[in-house]
Design a protein around this ligand. Sequence first.
Ligand SMILES: Cc1ncc(COP(=O)(O)OP(=O)(O)O)c(N)n1
Ligand SMILES: Cc1ncsc1CCOP(=O)(O)O
Ligand SMILES: [Mg+2]
Length: 313
Amino acid sequence: MDTAEISALAQAIIHQHGATFGAQLHHDANSVELTPQPLPPALRSEPAYLAALEACSALGFIAVDAETLAQAWQRQTERTNRFDATHWPDDPRDFGLSNSDPALAFAHCPRELGLYGVLPTAEWVGRMARAGVPTVQLRFKSEDQAAVAREIKAAVEAVKGTGARLFINDHWRAALDAGAYGIHVGQEDLDTIAAKDLETIRTSGTRLGVSTHGYAEMVRAHAVQPSYIALGAVFPTTLKKMATAPQGLARLAAYVRLMKQYPLVAIGGISEDLFPAVRATGVGSVAVVRALVNARDPEAAARQLLQRMQAAA
Ligand SMILES: Cc1ncc(COP(=O)(O)OP(=O)(O)O)c(N)n1
Ligand SMILES: Cc1ncsc1CCOP(=O)(O)O
Ligand SMILES: [Mg+2]
């Protein structure tokens, strides 16, 4: 196939899916600006792969995600024996997400983690757990290890008797020592935790949540078979400087279709009014910071968000 024929296949993909992913270019308060990305160097020569690489880059996927999608489109083409521009890859087998050994998976947690409060102190953790938030996280940023250990212990105490599941962000050793329900780590954290330490967390029965920001990171997260996968940032957030653009609802829905074997958590810029649209993607949990912490009445906000979670279920 020559370059013109490959470009015609790429155009067919863009024609089919431009409205879905391109719809994110609309301009309203929650719009997500996804600009076409430069075409990365091709690693293979098959037409389906090359066409998908071109199309996905044009649709705004960054190089590693366009590459992951292009490889999946090629596998889909081989598996089904035909190139189908209409079918956006969503079969885990095409992403190499099958055939994991379940004996090596992290401890399970419920598919529906529900409203998930990501909170700055043990006091906030206790307050939101008592308000009925079913999943909470202590996201306590400090270099002072003694202060970290104290805060984590206090958070573990604070959720006792509330039924809330407590995840600890980043500080996995102290979280293990304190007997927290789970640990949340980012991609950078995964880079720095040694394989033997991950194994220590896994065999302790402590749950593990992993942040992802696109297709390549989801594939990478799957390699450790975590208890849940977080997907974000869905919308712009002022709370954390993100290395990648907000993903938007269309991508979130595509991620949920692909990763439905995992409990999934959507995070980033999710305000109360956006809950129905986020829940409509099928994601089982919605994580928020500012929607709780910046609310004039955080307990009332928690009640409101819990209702939104249920209404959209
Ligand atoms: C539920 C949830 N999702 C994502 C994050 C972000 O984690 P990470 O990428 O490690 O960034 P920091 O929170 O450490 O700044 C999270 N904390 N919780
Ligand atoms: C910690 C984190 N990780 C990805 S987005 C985010 C912050 C979410 O905060 P908010 O819900 O206030 O946008
Ligand atoms: Mg982190």
